[in-house]
Design a protein around this ligand. Structure first.
Ligand code: ADP
Length: 646
């Protein structure tokens, strides 16, 4: 029985032993199996009777004694792990001490020790690995988390905190869906389910950062087990924003190309359309508006390259080409093909794409043809004009020639007239002078009548000669006025009186009004002013048979230096037709040539008067009504005598 008992405890895999307490407070082995004795290099029987202080160094023995004592005293099981060194080999043992009770008495301690060295080593390795992974995890460039399928975070790394802006503690108290914007929550939950079924899921989804801004992350998740999954997250906000910006600028670019009224397309070297704007496809049948089709087939319906293909030339020369082409339907187009080089080759030698730009120039061509025709017409009419110009030039030369001749003739005529007038006046003055002297001698009544006739005719002739002389002076530009101090009032009075004689021969009321305020002396050419008044008064009397002839001199304005006077000669005579009022101021013009016979005259009086007044800075004004009378008037501005000097 004892042998069987011994065999049984030796067969036990762990160290088994029983100790009792010695009087010295040490513990002595009563029973020990093979596994208990083996580490000490003893047999079980050799071990029996040995105490703790005999088997272990003092420090360890004291430590163990404390535990044994505690077990006995407290009557409780004690469990501990302890490292030992047996024959220079370290090992770790896990021991459980239990009080050994017989009846009601504790008679010793039962110890069972298990060599856990290997387990400990494994644990150490595992811990080391775990630590390593923890370091990897924490330092991973992306966020890593473990979560359950309701979205609760169970583990998160530092980068996940960095990405979300939350602390580890905060994240561990949250659900993934807390971070997802409302409108994307459903999508997030669907991903969890997908993950459970497919063992992995991947998606780009927005999340709300702790600072409130919406950002994007890409989540790659793998199923760990039925309860949890592992997720890897990366903040792709800047990539998403860049993508959005690219998409936006692409939209802009497309809108811009579509706004171009011409056909714009991008093609590869095999003539496949890679891009076409709206106008590029506008003329293409809707079913054929497809990309990656041959341009000649899509745009022109040809089976092979267009005969006017410019892309061919571009490939050959690696330069842009353009051509104006008339299509079979008659429209004219301008085709420009621009090479786009492969940036990768760095030398701009490989044509990667073509930009084809086609503009409808039919209108332009029509205009060009029209312009060409116009140009030809212009050239023809220009030639006509040139010959006309030559003719005109010749005519002009002739004219210049004849003008020179005319001028010479006119000058000769004026000189002749001046000379003639002078030559005529001298004998005439002689005739008049001696006739007047003869009047004062003893002559009978008939002789006096004849003499009066001679003097009257002589004066008439003198007037005509004077007018011709003035006319020639005006023609030669030699009419010069002189200025002397003149008593205008006296001068007007005298002029009026001189013509009274003629007026009195008709039943006329012959009146004179002189403004008393007119200063006594003013600067003017009295002879010329008198000549104008005599002429106008003479005409008034001549062309009025009954009624009145009135001469007025009215002061309009007076300053220290100037006096403005309006002269008017009003009659109730035959008047002047409206269409003649302009012409009567032209030389040798009379209203009705037949009237010359009735009234006489040369048609020189008014133009000479108008010229004299023009020289005086005035202008003659006529208001007339046929059969009712005429009023000739003019306003003269006279310089006053220097008052201070006066
Ligand atoms: P003349 O009186 O010597 O013919 P004028 O130059 O003085 O030349 O006048 C030109 C013409 O104007 C006159 O012939 C006459 O037909 C017209 N005329 C001038 N004054 C008057 C007037 N007061 N009433 C009507 N006709 C006038």
């Amino acid at each position: 029985m004892l042998n069987q008992y011994e065999a049984m405890i030796n067969a036990y895999d762990d160290a088994l032993f029983i100790v009792d307490e010695t009087q010295e407070g040490d513990y002595r082995f009563q029973v020990a199996n093979l596994k208990a004795a083996e580490p000490f290099g003893l047999t079980p029987s050799q071990m029996i009777g040995k105490s703790l202080s005999e088997l272990f160094d003092e420090k360890l023995a004291v430590k163990l004694q404390k535990r044994y004592r505690h077990c006995l005293k407290e009557n409780v099981s004690v469990e501990y792990e302890e490292a030992f060194e047996f024959s220079n080999t370290k090992s770790v043992w896990k021991t459980r001490l239990s009080p050994l009770i017989s009846g009601h008495q504790t008679i010793g301690i039962l110890g069972i020790s298990k060599n856990i060295t290997l387990v400990k080593q494994m644990q150490g390795i595992l811990r080391e690995k775990e630590d390593k992974y923890q370091v990897y995890l924490e330092n991973a460039p992306y966020g890593v988390f473990v979560a359950d399928y309701t979205g609760h975070y169970l583990e998160v790394n530092q980068q996940a905190c960095q990405i979300t802006g939350y602390s580890k503690e905060a994240l561990l108290g949250m659900k993934i869906t807390n971070l997802i914007p409302q409108e994307y929550k459903q999508k997030g939950l669907e991903h969890f389910q997908q993950l459970k079924q497919n063992a992995k899921a991947c998606s780009d989804i927005p999340f709300i950062h702790r600072d409130g801004s919406q950002r994007w992350w890409t989540v790659n998740a793998v199923k760990l087990n039925e309860e949890t999954f592992l997720g890897f997250v990366n903040d792709i906000t800047s990539a998403v924003e860049a993508r959005q910006k690219i998409a936006e600028s692409e939209r802009l670019f497309q809108a811009m190309l579509n706004a171009i009224p011409d056909m714009v397309s991008v093609q590869d070297p095999q003539m496949n359309i890679l891009y076409s704007n709206w106008n590029g496809f506008a003329a293409v049948e809707p079913s054929k508006r497809r990309l990656n089709t041959k341009c000649y087939r899509t745009y022109r319906g040809y089976d092979d390259l267009c005969p006017d293909c410019q892309a061919k030339n571009v490939m050959r020369t690696k330069r842009k080409h353009q051509a104006q082409v008339q299509l079979p339907d008659g429209t004219w187009v301008e085709i420009r093909v621009i090479p786009i080089f492969d940036q990768a080759d760095g030398q701009n030698k490989t044509v990667k794409y073509f930009l084809e730009w086609v503009r409808d120039i039919t209108d332009f061509k029509d205009k060009e043809t029209h312009l060409q025709l116009q140009k030809e017409e212009l050239i023809a009419s220009n030639e006509e004009l040139e010959s006309l110009y030559e003719e005109l030039k010749a005519l002009n030369e002739e004219l210049i020639d004849s003008e020179e001749k005319a001028n010479k003739f006119s000058q000769a005529k004026s000189e002749f007239l001046a000379n003639m007038s002078h030559e005529l006046r001298t004998p005439l003055n002689g005739i008049l002078g001696f006739s007047k002297l003869l009047q004062k001698t003893e002559i009978d009544e008939t002789q006096a009548d004849y003499l009066n006739c001679v003097i009257y005719s002589g004066e008439l002739l003198l007037n005509i000669i004077n007018d011709i002389l003035d006319f020639s002076k005006i023609e030669a530009g030699k009419l010069i006025l002189e200025e002397t101090e003149t008593d205008i009032k006296a001068m007007v009075q005298k002029t009026f009186q001189m013509s009274t004689c003629k007026a009195n021969q008709k039943p006329l009321t012959y009146q004179l009004f002189i403004d008393e305020n007119i200063p006594d002396t003013l600067q003017t050419d009295p002879l010329r002013l008198n000549q104008v008044l005599v002429n106008l008064l003479g005409n008034a009397v001549k062309f009025t048979e009954k009624g009145s002839v009135t001469l007025k001199a009215h002061l309009l304005n007076l300053t220290n230096t100037h006096a403005t006077i309006r002269f008017s000669i009003q009659d109730t005579g035959i008047g002047i037709p409206e269409d003649q009022t302009e012409h009567i101021f032209e030389m040798f013009t009379q209203v009705d040539s037949s009237s010359t016979r009735v009234y006489g005259g040369t048609g020189l009086g008014l133009p000479i008067s108008a010229k004299i007044l023009e020289k005086m800075g005035s202008k003659i004004h006529l208001s007339t009504a046929l059969g009712k009378g005429s009023t000739f008037s003019f306003v003269c501005d006279f310089t006053r005598m220097n008052l201070e000097r006066k």
